[in-house]
Design a protein around this ligand. Structure first.
Ligand SMILES: *Cc1c(COP(=O)(O)O)cnc(C)c1O
Length: 378
């Protein structure tokens, strides 16, 4: 069986975990946490970063940092993972779901402006499959209306928009290190704070509403409860695992892009015959090889391809279901139809994608998709 995903280990994870355990400091914000923080600050020039226990947690920190309250509105794409919306809904926000682009599952920027009201506090964009949303346009709209921007860059580590790293452009950005992502720590995430005004408070929210971090830097002589917050920081065991992965980031990225290109080239003749659509990468964005998807012509065809591949022992899977139609939100939803979000819900299909996928396996998947269409026209 060719699985859909397989977590990749760099080989140093357990060595660094042992080192963390033996150091005597296994709670958060120790040696390995600081090494991870420096990694991101040095490599991408981020102003401030904080490791979190998940990307969901990092998004929840965003909602707290932006003081989201009942009655506030937050614009979120409907075609995304639950957490992108849930983090803000938990603070009482009314989520205003936005549709996807015609040529890409990413949020359709041209439709954002009509969703803005005087209650809009934030726009959350998701860089789907690591492909950048047109951030200059987003930031311009946000500036004009005095709205904060959060980048859910869960899938988009090491991707660049016009040369700038994703997650580093909005006021706040988030990454995920869940085992399904490019760089993993089991569960894990990162909050990127680009708006300097939010830095100090981010640290307090991270450390259960206390000014513990500035106490340990010697800036205050005792620490106590000063604000809201939670326990958002991971233990050193998680940070040690993550650091072993970060050391191999460039190698991991190179191999994933290599696999992505094989899929793209191998399936391009089917796309040219109009049988499937392939992902579009606009010239302003790079690609980190997070996933490879095809767009099928119909829901039935997607179902047939999934079972055809399954018979050949290949696991392919669809992805999000429009959040505005979810069991949790559909009765609360008052907005318009979102036809493109529904389109990707029904037509998008992801092919097996992981670091250890071998050339012959990629070719077997490609050949199997080609064979599906050959047998169909028989
Ligand atoms: C994976 C993912 C998340 C959630 O990440 P966790 O680290 O599992 O909390 C959120 N948003 C998007 C777009 C994701 O792909």
């Amino acid at each position: 069986m060719i699985p859909f995903n397989k977590p990749f280990l760099s080989g140093k994870e357990t060595e660094y975990i042992v080192e963390a355990v033996n150091s005597g400091h296994v709670s958060g914000n120790g040696h390995f946490t600081k090494k991870c923080h420096h990694f991101f600050q040095d490599k991408y020039n981020f102003h401030k970063v904080l490791l979190t226990t998940s990307c969901t947690d990092a998004l929840e920190m965003c909602a707290l940092l932006l003081d989201i309250k009942p009655g506030d509105e937050v614009i979120v794409p409907s075609y995304t993972f639950v957490s992108t919306a849930l983090a803000f809904v938990r603070q009482g926000a009314k989520v205003i779901f936005a549709d996807s682009r015609k040529d890409h599952p990413n949020i359709d920027i041209d439709k954002i402006e009509s969703l803005i009201t005087d209650k809009t506090k934030a726009i959350v964009v998701v860089h789907y499959a690591s492909i950048a949303v047109d951030m200059d346009k987003v930031m311009k709209i946000a500036d004009e209306h005095n709205i904060m921007v959060v980048e859910d860059a869960a899938q988009a580590i090491n991707t660049f928009y016009k040369g700038r790293p994703l997650g580093g452009i909005g006021h706040l950005g988030t990454y995920s290190f869940h085992e399904t992502k490019n760089i993993i720590s089991g569960e894990g995430g990162l909050l990127i704070i680009n708006d300097e005004k939010l830095s100090e408070r981010a640290e307090i929210i991270w450390e259960k509403g206390t000014n513990r971090a500035s106490f340990f830097r010697g800036e205050v002589n005792k620490y106590g409860w000063v604000d809201t917050g939670s326990s958002f920081l991971p233990s050193e065991i998680t940070a040690a695992f993550l650091y072993a992965q970060l050391e191999k980031l460039d190698m991991i990225q190179r191999n994933r892009i290599y696999i992505w290109n094989q899929y793209y080239e191998g399936l391009s003749s089917l796309a040219m015959q109009g049988k499937i659509y392939l992902p579009v990468v606009p010239e302003y964005s790079t690609n980190n090889g997070h996933m490879f998807y095809i767009i099928c012509k119909s829901l039935n065809e997607r179902r047939d391809i999934i079972s055809f591949l399954k018979n050949r022992k290949i696991l392919s899977v669809f992805h999000y279901l429009s959040l505005h139609k979810s069991e949790f939100y559909r009765n609360k939803y008052e907005g318009e139809e979102l036809p493109m979000s529904d389109f990707y819900t029904d037509h998008l299909l992801r092919l097996p994608f992981y670091f250890e996928l071998k050339d012959d396996e990629v070719n077997y998947v490609i050949q199997s998709v080609v064979d599906y269409f050959k047998e169909k026209t028989k």
